[in-house]
Write a protein that binds this ligand. Sequence first.
Ligand SMILES: Nc1ncnc2c1ncn2[C@@H]1O[C@H](COP(=O)(O)OP(=O)(O)OP(=O)(O)O)[C@@H](O)[C@H]1O
Ligand SMILES: [Mg+2]
Length: 305
Amino acid sequence: MIRIENLVKLYKDVKALDGLNLEVKPGQIYGFLGPNGAGKSTTILSTLGLIFPQEGRISLFDLEVFRDGKFNEDSLVEAKRRIGYMPEHATLWDFMTPVQTLDIIADAFKIPRAEKERRIRELLELVNLWEDRNRKVGKFSKGMRQRLLLAQALINDPDLLILDEPMTGLDPTGIAEFKDIIREQRKAGRTVFFSSHILAHVEEICDTVGVIVKGKLRVEDSLDRIKREFLKKAGYTIILETNVPVDFTGVDWRVSPLGERKYRIAAPDDIREELHDFVASKGAKILTMQVKEPSLEEIFLKMVE
Ligand SMILES: Nc1ncnc2c1ncn2[C@@H]1O[C@H](COP(=O)(O)OP(=O)(O)OP(=O)(O)O)[C@@H](O)[C@H]1O
Ligand SMILES: [Mg+2]
């Protein structure tokens, strides 16, 4: 759906994209992760022809839209008909209601009147705003605003959704609601490409995660595999709670007590099974065992190394 090859974008002397390669396949929910300033928005804006990269190639669907420093305007227009886009800093008309807002957007897309009403209702139901359809947007919470922006992006029934930081600023409930709606999109046969700098946003919904740092894609894989790979490199930290105190003298792992029966254990690899056996051999039982997940910041740092 999206194929980017060796994309380079310079803003004066700032290299925002430094030979970026990326591929989003049909039906994927692709999480585009990276710290602030990594080049996520630059990638998205380039893909949509809203800024001009200097080098590389971009294809959307099977159309080559950018090559040799130039956009192919015809292909771009054709591709964009099938894309829904939610910008990073989108604004809404605060004095209008969701119905009025979508009405204007639908007119911009020249959606026929009869279809328009049906479509607006369908979209507002989808983003759980039907009950609020006649309230002014100015009174909406951040989560409601983001959902309305998503409805806007869906007005042309796109095959591909491109969302720039759609969950930033939402509380955990807002994030959960938004994720549900994204999952619905996949069921409806759409491909979703969205960016974020927060790990929790891509968890549980993305089949593929691409991590961009300093304008380059450092890794592209499932989040589970990225984490496992990271744990292999950085080592495992396990928090263990036992029913009675355990004497860990003689083990190879680094053990620091966190309480009377609670320990932090650092090891070069996954030692959960050995740990079970060890604790049992001491006549104790494990009450809880938790592998400490790496933070996204730790993963980013590792990627840059
Ligand atoms: N219009 C611009 N003029 C000059 N430099 C820019 C411009 N837009 C972005 N940059 C720079 O390009 C780099 C990438 O920026 P970009 O906005 O793509 O990052 P991002 O990953 O979207 O970050 P964020 O998480 O903050 O949204 C940054 O160093 C940024 O300062
Ligand atoms: Mg951005």
